[in-house]
Design a protein around this ligand. Structure first.
Ligand SMILES: [Zn+2]
Length: 519
């Protein structure tokens, strides 16, 4: 019988720690909802004590998302654990994940604590967490570089104190699959309580050397039964083990691993797109499973083989991850009902207002582009739904550029019902438009990056622009899609600015997250 491997998703906690991936509470809830559809076993929704924003996001997710356990991270400190409990207690399945570093370098340099003191604090705080919450997970941070004997001792202590899940992190992504598998095997052998009490052994691996998925799978073979991972592998530095890769390895090579997960793999592609859209962290084209080229067969000999029998060159089916051919589905004569029906088929349930907005956007696109594909619809929905209140919207744009002209942009925006306009020149047409927008919005943010992708084939394709802007310590993402890339560029930039303005009104009083002390 296949062993069940639990999938613990930490996209909203560790994933959100990666530079530039900051999400607002609505976006976090949207991702959590999709993770529940993906049917992960646990969602680590944040680090409650880090900020009021994190706390509120965890609490809302705990209140609204049914299915997975909802978890908050906490240091082995009373105030952290209390705060974590205050946020997760609304869930049917609340969990507190508490951690303390156990490697000599972390204990000595970071914590300035002796091993005995670390042990005592871990045991005490696991007990405290259990006094509040029925489900407690304990992590010895930097386990990969800890003294094995101390590790066995502190794990045994945490289990005796009531932890039901022991997570073994390779916080710095240093170990190899052979070492990490051995470490897990040794832990299971040397801590008899694990078998006696049927404890879940979890792993949490970083990808600094590109081994996060390999290390996680080595741990599974050695007896681990929970893997912590993130969508698209986002996370601190080089990221975490990628959920889609771990899950599809176990599924595709079930013959080898003899393990399965309860993840609904058909939701993988959609989840990956959602996380990429909301965080602005684009997925590289050749990324395993979810990259744009992951199922594309370029070479003629491969294409021929696939046409005869897909198994010649395909070890997985694109349908397994919910990737269907982007079919042309609607045209400009399609009505509201047809749009609503199609969106529902694609898994989007819009309320009346959102549907109305999406319909208008759809008509605009259909007007310029004969056929509207599923992929186009996804972009439309993403644009219309995952937006914050729009302080500024694009009304009119005209640009003049070419090999001999100084690029000039005339931009008219709508702000609080009024039309405002500006004229600017720049190094190129996009630069000129952005300068005009800066004049109008008076926002002095720093443009970190700008990227453009064609959504579907053909020169009339929708171009999707993603920008990331920085203001103080925060990064804001904006997307814009249009058949005209200058218009798409303006929309993306304004979307990011609207987010910045929204964040400054909603969250201005919040302290920023301390990210230096997490596994
Ligand atoms: Zn981590």
């Amino acid at each position: 019988m296949a062993r069940i491997i639990k999938i613990f998703d930490t996209t909203l906690r560790d994933g959100e720690q990666c530079p530039g991936a900051s999400l607002n509470p609505e976006e976090k809830l949207e991702i959590a909802r999709q993770l529940a559809k993906l049917n992960v076993d646990a969602i680590e929704a944040g680090f409650a004590i880090a900020s009021q924003g994190d706390f509120d996001a965890i609490k809302t997710i705990a209140q609204q998302i049914k299915g997975p356990s909802i978890c908050s991270l906490a240091r082995t400190k009373k105030e952290d654990i209390t705060r974590a409990w205050e946020a997760v207690k609304y869930s049917d399945k609340p969990r507190i994940h508490t951690f303390i570093a156990t490697s000599p370098i972390h204990m000595e340099k970071k914590l300035k604590m002796t091993p005995d003191h670390v042990y005592k604090q871990a045991v005490e705080m696991v007990k405290y967490a259990r006094s509040l919450c029925p489900d407690v997970e304990f992590s010895p941070e930097d386990a990969g570089r800890s003294d094995p004997d101390f590790l066995y001792k502190i794990i045994a202590g945490a289990i005796e104190a009531g932890a039901q899940t022991i997570n073994v992190p390779d916080t710095v992504g240093y170990t190899t699959p052979w070492e990490f598998g051995k470490l897990i095997e040794n832990i299971i052998q040397n801590v008899p309580q694990i078998k006696e009490k049927n404890i879940t052994i979890s792993v949490h691996v970083h990808n600094d050397l590109g081994l996060a998925v390999a290390n996680s799978l080595a741990a599974v073979l050695a007896g681990a039964n929970q893997v912590e991972c993130t969508i698209n592998g986002i996370g601190e530095r080089a990221g975490n083990a990628s959920l889609e890769e771990v899950v599809m390895n176990l599924k595709t090579r079930r013959d080898f691993f003899n393990c399965e997960t309860t993840v609904n793999t058909k939701e993988i592609y959609k989840t990956s797109r959602l996380v990429s859209n909301l965080t602005g962290m684009l997925v590289q084209a050749n990324k395993s499973i979810v990259g744009a080229n992951a199922f594309a067969h370029e070479a003629g000999i491969h294409q021929h083989g696939v046409l005869q029998d897909r198994r010649t060159y395909e070890i997985m089916q694109p349908e397994d991850i919910g990737l269907t051919e982007s079919k042309i589905v609607l045209g400009k004569h399609s009505g509201r009902h047809a749009l609503q029906k199609k969106l529902e088929d694609l898994g989007y349930k819009l309320d009346k207002d959102a549907l109305e907005k999406a319909y208008h956007r759809f008509l605009e696109v259909a007007d310029k582009k004969k056929d509207v594909s599923e992929r186009d619809l996804e972009i439309i929905v993403a644009e219309e739904i995952y937006v914050v209140p729009e302080d500024y919207t694009v009304d009119k744009i005209a640009v003049k550029s070419g090999t001999h002209d100084k690029p000039t942009a005339k931009v008219q925006l709508i702000h609080k019902g009024k039309k405002i306009k500006a004229l600017a020149t720049g190094a190129g047409p996009v630069d000129a438009v952005y300068k005009a927008i800066d004049q109008l919005t008076k926002v002095n943010a720093n443009l970190l990056d700008y990227s453009i992708q064609a959504i579907t084939g053909g020169t009339d394709a929708l171009g999707e622009v993603t920008v990331r802007i920085k203001d103080k310590d925060h990064i804001y993402v904006g997307h814009g899609a249009d058949t005209d890339i200058i218009v798409a560029s303006a929309k993306a930039y304004l979307a990011a600015i609207n987010r910045l303005l929204y964040a400054n009104t909603e969250l201005s009083s919040l302290p920023s997250q301390d990210t230096t002390l997490q596994p």
